[in-house]
Ligand binder design. Structure first.
Ligand code: ARG
Ligand code: ASP
Length: 724
């Protein structure tokens, strides 16, 4: 009887315990296989990750360092999100040829558009290299020395560990410095734009619907990888040929139902699941509110111009989306952390931790960790806040100041490395900034400046504020700087940068915008950054020990490492949720919902007339389901920024969807994952195919794909067996 109880309990834990998690593909065998099979997976782990045979991982490249993509044809066709390809789509767009508004489709390979600075990276293999990385560090007690030695070891190992000459070795840390993994990678740089729906499909609902369920966005775009004649990475050349992948994903036309098993395979960027409660308090009460307020103001200014002027709308579309995205996420995250009682729950588990430490007799090693966290977080608070103000106002949201900051760094290079380095950097900067000025509008930025510099002077910690900013008239300052600074235009700037280092620097130092940046940056780099870095180093070391302690004291629970932009597997089920009292969200949306949201002519909710026609005719072809066309669905997969563009894969390894977002109530999952409300949002792959085929008429692309019907195939098979 007791056995039975235990068995039932274990079974319940195995099938229901979905605490989220982003798992390392090479370690699934021991850690996750049973749970995955219990949830409905039909594949073997080797089909997901294998070094010698082709496996799913060979179809999932990192897209441009920040998103994920997947190979869906034998000719190197890849799928990612519209918002991941957004700046490429934008860069080919003009007011006359506006691919953002109208979409873009290459009906022949010759029409595919090359992209400078776009790359995709495949993982060849993953190996644990912890002991080699930590060699010679055990005796070092000084944290900075220890980190230097680790960096030295990493550099040496990356150089010497075996790889082919077109490959790269990259070493990344897991569990906050308790484990190190080697990734052998291959990076392709000739990646061309193949297709994108109009923004009214690819970005339908725009910022209003961003981070929100129910959702109706066709957030996808298509690219193609090109390789040299030997199928190896090569710089762009018209002689390059479509890449032949080791594996590409078949696409299932069967669709999803609630409780279907799903895997999301991709490159989650960064999570902080193991922070102490004091750190979360700081995020909720201080850092998030400050950043939200800054971006709130910047966005309002940009929005007012974009609504009036189409050229500005194109110039600022990508930047606006980027700023708005995290602005909104921080709002959701702050709310979610409060609503889910994350801080109280963490505090409770910290008490339990403390008891466990005592029980295990580990007080000497781990007993003071939590008190040390408290002390260090209190100490870092003003520095962290000042740092956020500097980064948000100077480096990110006021464009003129961000150029000024790059020039400030140029001056630093001259001071530390001399004329030659100065010239190299100057020339690079001139090239890099030509793209910047193409999308720069002086009026927009002057207004942003006025708003943000006022916040800076009123709300950033007083002790780090330059004298000249303590009492300002923001409007006057804005007029003064924006009418006089030579950073106003590319031509002026190029002229300003003409001559030898001495001349350039003398002229720069006469520029009003540069002078202001220099004052801010000097203050920041002498009084904020060094102290911040110093305390942060201590916190990082504490976090490493805290992680080690948790791994040691919770041997029988599985603990996943925080995301770090490396390839991970997360899995779960298609599932709805209850966002609030008396409200139930079902897991699939349909084209009907697009039409419900339709606002003619609106910049967020307009619908292209051709889509309306297809809807009225119910012309869904093989992509519909009982007379309806599925658009998006949600699941319990634990994802984060970077998972955008990740394939959602069924129990058999076929593509069923394209990950692109999370739900509003669950945006705090980077810090605290609550399985009852955290959901990821995916585009149903049939909506993507429908748009490619019926909307765009890109039959050429549909023909490249391998479309399958696993469920139907199964019923057919059982029928034949029964007949026998
Ligand atoms: N929230 C999604 C992610 O973090 C999609 C963002 C793109 N869309 C937007 N409206 N900004 O990337
Ligand atoms: N939208 C995110 C991305 O771009 C995904 C997420 O944060 O859920 O990676």
């Amino acid at each position: 009887m007791r056995f039975l109880k235990l068995f039932v309990l274990l079974f319940v834990i195995q099938t229901q315990a979905q605490q989220g998690g982003m798992w390392i593909p090479s370690l699934l065998k021991g850690m996750n296989e049973t749970e995955m099979k219990n949830l409905g997976m039909k594949m073997s782990i080797k089909e997901i990750y294998d070094v010698n045979q082709s496996s799913l991982k060979d179809a999932v490249p990192h897209f441009n360092g920040g998103c994920t993509s997947e190979v869906i044809s034998p000719k190197g066709l890849i799928l990612t999100n519209h918002h991941c390809g957004f700046s490429q789509i934008q860069s080919h767009s003009t007011v006359e040829n506006d691919y953002l508004t109208d979409g873009f489709w290459a009906y022949k390979m010759e029409d595919e558009l090359p992209n400078e600075n776009l790359y995709v990276t495949f993982i060849v293999k993953i190996e644990d290299v912890t002991s080699a990385v930590l060699e010679g560090t055990a005796s070092l007690t000084n944290e900075a020395e220890k980190q230097n030695k680790i960096q030295e070891n990493i550099a040496m190992l990356s150089r010497t560990l075996p790889k082919e000459k077109w490959q790269e070795n990259k070493i990344r840390t897991f569990y906050e410095g308790n484990q190190y993994m080697l990734f052998v990678t291959e990076t392709f740089t000739d990646v061309r734009l193949v297709g994108a729906p109009p923004s009214s499909i690819g970005k339908f609902g725009s910022d209003t619907d961003n981070w929100v369920w129910p959702r109706h966005t066709g957030d996808f775009s298509l690219f193609r990888i090109y390789a040299d004649k030997n199928n190896r990475p090569a710089a762009y050349s018209k002689d390059n040929v479509p890449y032949t992948p080791k594996h590409f994903l078949p696409i299932s036309l069967d669709g999803v139902t609630e409780d279907d098993f799903t895997i999301v395979f991709g490159y989650p960027g960064k999570t902080n699941e193991y922070l102490p409660s004091v750190a979360i308090e700081q995020i909720v009460n201080e850092l998030n509110p400050a950043k939200i307020e800054i971006r709130d103001r910047a966005l309002k200014v940009a929005d007012s111009y974009m609504r009036k002027d189409n050229a500005i709308k194109i110039q600022y579309a990508s930047k606006y989306a980027g700023i708005a995205n995290y602005w909104k996420k921080w709002i959701g995250e702050t709310q979610g952390l409060k609503k889910s009682n994350a801080i109280a729950i963490k505090k409770e588990s910290e008490k339990i931790f403390q008891t466990k430490v005592a029980k295990a007799g580990k007080e000497k090693e781990y007993g003071s960790l939590l008190a040390d966290f408290n002390k260090n977080y209190a100490e870092i608070a003003p520095y962290a806040l000042a740092r956020d103000y500097f980064q948000e106002v100077v480096q990110r949201n006021t464009e003129l100041l961000s150029v000024g900051y790059r020039l400030y760094l140029l001056e630093q290079v001259y001071k530390s490395n001399g004329e030659q380095s100065f010239n190299d950097r100057k020339n690079n900067l001139i090239t890099a900034l030509s793209g910047f000025y193409k999308n720069f509008n002086l009026n927009v930025d002057q207004n942003v400046f006025e708003q943000l510099i006022e916040l800076y002077s009123k709300k950033s910690p007083k002790q780090f504020l330059p004298q000249s900013l303590t009492n300002i008239d923001a409007k006057n300052l804005a007029t003064e700087i924006y009418s006089k600074s030579r950073l106003r235009s590319y031509e002026d700037l190029k002229e300003l940068l003409t001559g030898d280092a001495k001349t350039v620097l003398a002229n720069l130092n006469k520029d009003k915008a540069f002078q202001l940046v220099k004052e801010l940056a000097d203050k920041y780099s002498t009084e904020v950054a060094p102290k911040y870095d110093e305390i942060n180093l201590t916190i990082t070391a504490l976090q490493r020990t805290y992680m080690k302690a948790q791994l040691e004291l919770n041997k029988d629970s599985r603990i996943f490492p925080d995301a770090n932009s490396t390839l991970r597997v997360t899995y779960g089920k298609v599932k709805g949720y209850e966002p609030k009292d008396a409200t139930i969200y079902t897991p699939v949306t349909y084209l009907e919902g697009v039409m419900e949201k339709y606002i003619p002519g609106d910049y967020e909710f307009d619908v292209p007339s051709k889509l309306i026609d297809l809807y009225n005719a119910k012309d869904y072809g093989m992509y519909g389901e009982n007379g309806k066309l599925p658009v998006n669905f949600i699941g319990t997969n634990h994802t984060t920024g970077g998972n955008s563009g990740s394939p959602a894969i069924d129990a058999n390894g076929n593509l069923i969807g394209l990950n692109f977002d999370r739900v509003w109530e669950g945006t705090m999952s980077d810090i605290y994952y609550d399985p009852s409300i955290c959901r990821n949002i995916m585009v149903d792959v049939r909506y993507i195919l429908f748009i490619m085929d019926k909307y765009a008429g890109a039959k050429n692309l549909i023909e490249e794909l391998k479309l399958v019907h696993p469920k139907k195939a199964k019923t057919l098979k059982t029928k034949t067996i029964k007949q026998k």
